[in-house]
Ligand binder design. Sequence first.
Ligand code: BGC
Length: 734
Amino acid sequence: MTTKKLHHALLFALFVAAPVTASDDRPWMDTALTPDARAALLVAAMTQDEKFQMIRSRFAIGEKKPAEALTAAGYVAPIPRLGIPSQGLVDAGLGVTNPGGAREGDHATAMPSGPATASTWSREVAFQGGETMGREAWRQGFNVLLAGSVNLQRDPRNGRNFEYAGEDPLLAGTLVGDSIRGVQSQHVLSTMKHYALNDMETHRNFHSAQIGDRAMHESDLLAFRIALEIGAPGSVMCSYNRINGVYGCEHDELLNNVLKRDWQYPGYVMSDWGGVHSASKAALAGLDQQSAGEVFDKAVYFDRPLRMAVDAGVVPQARLDDMAHRILRSLIAVGAFEHPPQRRPPDAELDAAGFAVAQRTAEEGAVLLRNAGDLLPLGTEVRRIAVIGGHADRGVIAGGGSSMVGWTSRGPNAVPGVKPTTWPGPVMFQPSSPLQALREAAPQARIDYVDGTDRAAAARLALEADVAIVFATQWSAESVDLPDMRLPDGQDALVEAVAAANPRTAVVLQTNGPVELPWAERVPAILQAWYPGIRGGEAIARLLTGAANPSGRLPVTWPVDVSQLPRPHVPGLGFNPPQKPEDTIDYDIEGANVGYRWFAAKGLTPRYAFGHGLSYTRFALSDLTVHADGERLTARFEVRNTGARAGAAVPQLYVHLPEGHATPLRLAGWDKLELQPGESRQVEVALAPRLFADYDPRTRGWRIPAGRYRIALGQSATDTVDTATLELPGRTLD
Ligand code: BGC
């Protein structure tokens, strides 16, 4: 080890790794006190400079990286005098990224994309994903994970949908909340982001999301609130965009009034990287920590400009103290003082455990959209399989931008060089080959591969095979939206050519989200694998061969094409758009009727409904009864596996609001249960009262109007098998 390296190692051990214990001169280390009491003692002991040190992080990539910081999105130096640990901020919600490239000691699991986790409809799977990422962040020396992405999917063209959890506030809020809980169970603080309405990437640093108060609270804000109640994230990241004309990071109403006052949020607000435009305005509006301002903002507003504002009394000292307090209490609350992260060498057993969680998520998250004539699963009678396209011989595609896990213990990008190779690229393929996995899963079959660039060759191979499987991919990335809903690079024509040659064709999709499927009726089987992560190849092979029974259900509505969207034409989408983007996005067109609610309100029939997903077995739902026991609302019913295989059912409950309500229906509860062939079970599901209620901007509260509520039980938003009615008196909720 060189002297310099030794010096860094010593500094690191001294400042980061040593937990500090309580003593008379450090009463804030007393773990019997509440995080708030401890933070208050600390703030009282801090100098003004130390407080200012807390409220800005520095970019820890590139030439301005503080020497002692690990390469990552952000760093705040420790204050050894007081035993305050450093803050190491690392991306993101799909695994711990390695922004500096592979380093000794990196051991990230590249998790499947957000919609894949959401498609599991499993709180346990979401928690395990978070737990895995939290553990891996901690073992790489980080204590803040920039995870918890819960922006609602309002448009399938949003380039970042792959980081989010679909279109429904209850489903997205619940699962992201559980994932945050998982992260924080490992003494790693999680964010929840991007607050709020950062639902498109185009012009994201400028555009204003226009939306009425009530609609905002009943959609995007509801998702954030549910995630917050379940996950208690230490920090909330305010977004780049403006909301009704005001920047997310200086939005007094959203930060001070809604988040901190109405929702009683005790944690801190950190800015997105480049999201700060002022000092006193932002601080007074509720921003607590500026992120990497020296690189991304016009000024380090939370240094000199804010010092001047505090000195001049424009920003009260109490506000500065509150900023420091919030940051410290959140670090204390997750145990960051007592359990400082330790950079540990890779551990094969833990790596395997992380990969197993990724595989479980991919298997439970893949959605079997179509399976005409039960083409799938592939039985042992299948002797020749043609695998075509999607680089299936080498890996599975991933999304681009700050959330991309660029290196795992399985090595780097499996398909380097695919354009764009620079931000928001590179286009990443996780090294997990579906072809190889399929060869292992179906040893009786001869499996040949062509890359699909030559359609005629692909069709010839398909013709000779018992079954053809086309792997179709769509790359998507942060900072740019998709220009349309089409598969790129002539892949539709490839599918058509293969299906024409062999009617026994299956398509495996790896996409950001819904895409047009002009060939859907000519292809018997379609499996949506999303971006399936580091064990995606294995998961896909197990699903195709029936070793795993598909149980994913869509967390989004699958439109036929853009004409069904609230905004069919949005100017400025994609790379090098022909038209300039607009400064505003009118979300009041659909308001709170996002996704399936929009389709129901407009009487539109999607390609596949929200909640849809097939299995290799069948389920029957029956005998629905609904009950109001004081404030507790429940549904009871029976679920039976009527097929010949074990599988997981996902019964869903939708509340139809009384006649005349602008929102037709809302998901109010669900369950997921494994059933053996022939097995039936009685199920009780709690229905979320807030989904019966309306938000009243005048009272800033929720109210269930008295009336008759029809509860529908089904296996998707449109497939209702049983209904029951609840007569409810009017009442208010928090
Ligand atoms: C993204 C955030 C990310 C941050 C740090 C921003 O561009 O919007 O999601 O956490 O960068 O990398």
